[in-house]
Every structure is written in C-alpha cells, then in structure tokens.
Design a binder for this molecule. Sequence first.
Ligand code: XMP
Length: 511
Amino acid sequence: MTTKDTILILDFYGQYNQLIARRVRECGVYAELVPYTISIEEIQKRSPKGIIFTGGPASVYEEDAPKCDQRIFELGIPILGICYGMQLMAYLLGGTVKKASKREYGVTSVRLDTTSLLFQNFSSKNDFLMSHTDFVETLPDDFVGIAKTKNCPYAAIMNSFKNLYGVQFHAEVELSNDGVTLLKNFLFSICHCQDTWKMDSFVEETVSFLKKKIGNKKVLCALSGGVDSTVAATLVEKAIGKNLICIFVDHGLLRKGEAEQVEMIFSLKQLQFQKVDAKERFLTRLRGITDPEEKRKIIGEEFIHVFQEEAKKIGKIDYLVQGTIYPDVIESGVSTKKTIKSHHNVGGLPDVIEFEEILEPLRDLFKDEVRKVGLELGLPKELIYRQPFPGPGLAIRIIGDITEEKLSILKEADTIFREKIEKNHLNDSIHQYFAVLTNLRSVGVMGDERTYDYTVALRAVETSDFMTAKFAKIPYDILEEVSEKIVNEVPHVNRVVYDITSKPPATIEYE
Ligand code: XMP
C-alpha cells in the first residue's frame, strides 16, 4: 500500500476511544488505535503525523495509572491529549493534577483563546462536553492555558514550541458544538496532514495490493450473506477474478429472499461461486432441539462440516479470505497487526482447513467505512445497509423446536414487519427490527371459527453499540397495520405482541 498520513491514538481506556478514531477518519486522515504501552521504536517505525491520547477512567497520581513512555514528548510529533490524556501530559511534564470536590459533567460553556491554532475558526465561547473530576492545577514549564470554564482554570493547554496540546473536554462527541473543527485544526494546521484517506483510493490500493500478493494462487471465501464477507469477497474478486472461490452455505435459516439475493450478486460475477443447499442437513440435526445453546452449537459445527467437505472437493487452497473488521480487531485486543486474528464468524475454520495465510482486507475499517467501500464497489444498497443478522439465523428466533412450518411462518411475518418499517422510513432510527415466533399458542377467533395458533412477537430496538438497547417507540397505527397484515396473511398466527423491554435486562435476540 502507498504511505498515508497516520494519526496514532494511544488508548487509555476512555469510553470514546473508537469514536476518536472514527472522527479523525471522517476528516480524511487514517487513524489507528494502539495500546498506551506502545514502544517508542514502534511509534517511530510508523512515522505518525500526530498522536492523540484518549481519555480514561484513571487518575494520574494513582500508583498503577496507565502511563506512556515519557520520551514520546521528545519525538517532535504533535500531540493532543484529551481529558485523562491532557492530565497525563501535564503530570509527566512536571505540572500537577488534583481531584476537584465536585465532578464537572455536561455540556459546558468554554472561553477560548482564539489566537491559538487549536481554536482558529471558533468564536471566543463554545459549548463542549465536560466529564471530569480531576483537573490540571499547575502547568508544566513552557505551557500556557488557552481555555477555561467557570470551574476549570485550564480547560485547554498548549506548548506551541513543541506542538503539545491538551483539552479537558470531549470535542469528539456530538454533544460538543463544532468539535470536528477542533480536530481539523489539530490534523491540518498543527500536524499538517493531507486528507487522503478516502474509500475510492482504499479500493484501488487494496485491489492492487491483493493482486500482487495473491498472484495466481487460489483463495477461498465463506460467504455469509452479510455485508462484511460480501465486501471482502468482492474486493478479492476484483483483484484476482476466477481464482476466488466462494462457498455460500444456505442453512435454510436465512430471512426470506436472502439466499437468492446473495446468489444473484455473485453469480453475475466471473468467479467460482458455489451455493451449498444444506437446508435438510441442518434441519435434520436441529430436529427436536429446544435448548438455545445446543442449537447454536449444532449450527456452528454443521457449518464447519459442510464447509470442510466442500473445500476438500476443491483441492489445494492457498489463502482464506475473511471479513474481519476493525472493531473485531480492537475488541480482541490486537491492535498491532502482528497477530492474525483467529476469532471469526464461522468458529474454528482455520484449524481444520490447510492454507498458507488468512487475508483480511477490511481489518483496518470501521463498519461505516466498509459500507462506503461496498457502495464504491457497486453492491446493492439493500445489502450494504442490511441490519445485523446473527450467524445462527432464524433458529434463535424460533422458540423451542424448529420445523419447516415454523420457519415458513416466521419468514412471512418477519418480511411483513420489515417492509412496513422500511415503507414508513423508520429504518434509520431503528437499528434492528425483526419478528420472533414464540412457542406460545392461544385461543382466537377468525370469522366464526375458533383458532388455536401461534403468537408472533415483534422486536425493534434503538442502539448504537448493540451492547445496550432501548425498545423503539413505534407509532401504534403502524403496529396495528403490521399486526392486521400478519394475522390476515400468515397462516397459523392469531396473535401479535410488541416487545417493550430494553437491554438489559432482556437481550436483543430471544435465544
Ligand atoms: P443480543 O441478543 O446478545 O444480541 O442482545 C446483540 C447483537 O448481536 C447479534 N447476535 C449475533 N451475531 N452471531 C452473530 O453474528 C451470533 O451468534 C449472534 N447472537 C446475537 C444480535 O443480532 C444483535 O445485533
């Protein structure tokens, strides 16, 4: 790959660490989150144009507080410390940090010295999010204060000779007014970065890198139908064409029309695409199984068996391509590219199939960047903006045992619900929405007839990270339309309920 201007973000465990990296990238500059323990040699090897210290929950004066190598300030690289990052900078360079009697929290009016490069294009007052108890009490030599609030004498500090800056507030969050301008000032006026991190150049560079790397060798990809594996496979396909072999295992637990959509996208291309119809196999193994964990385990195992059998038929494979993305890398604690991540969607695959190396063309990208790459590659929008879908599929949205009939009921009800949400343009604010077939049957009346049929539960949540979620407040009239359509059009459903629990205490999925 060609060299690109890089910002290294030293992670001191702040809750906004990934967000800082995303914001920098949105400004067109490549940013990487690295452990605060990164060595000076490693930093020099990467030649970053600037360094950012994240916030974090510790206090600098605690014995085991996370601290970076002090020599970092002598590298001549501009540094921006945020919150804990600013306190650490001040502390390590000889200033003092103290605990305030009261925490300063919330959007706060900050007075700025607009002659500082960091605050150019701001007016003298701006609202930023403050969230701290500790504060910098005295400054290190050669530093000056460039912002203050009613309670905080040093809301921002700088040593302009050494290009060291610190802000006590969180410019990276949306609650802060114009925080992006501050980041841009740091990136472009202080670090002199070029805004070359763009997804069209990413496609071009990655394709040419893959072409060179793979040559005439063979690559295998397990397509799941999700956006990550589809975008990863499409990049490899663009690089090497027919030497990419895609295996798509249709386990029969996908949503209505999903398998056909994946097949259509890939069968149009000049590559070897194999859809394996394993529906019967999966359903046979799942017959009579009601325990959620057992279902998940069976599906994982069966997937590997099918994949392995198909791979054996193909013969020697040189590379395996995976759709690992940057949050997966961060979450598994690997931010130094040296280790190839072994965790992936289809558990255990690399151990059972022989190949030289794993290719992960998306391992540096956030989800929104993967989507932009997908658009660049001309993939359909419905696929790119598809909401998350669990690997075990509809099996964990059917409570109790799984049968063909139940799958068919759920697919129809789910399609009706999803179409209504999309038609009413609620899909931007609701991040995951689907139907669940409960195991509850109850008495109803249809025409003059008594019925004894299933209850469908509708689940729709708003969330930013899927770790916590709130149930979506869908207007009653839309819920009414969905309910009427489902009971009228889907046989064996006589009751529809809407799930009004958040996560926690519930989870998003039912099993
Ligand atoms: P829960 O139910 O734990 O789900 O609140 C959180 C998010 O994770 C998705 N999910 C999965 N994704 N394999 C996946 O790839 C799985 O086994 C799995 N289980 C849950 C779920 O859809 C939600 O977005």
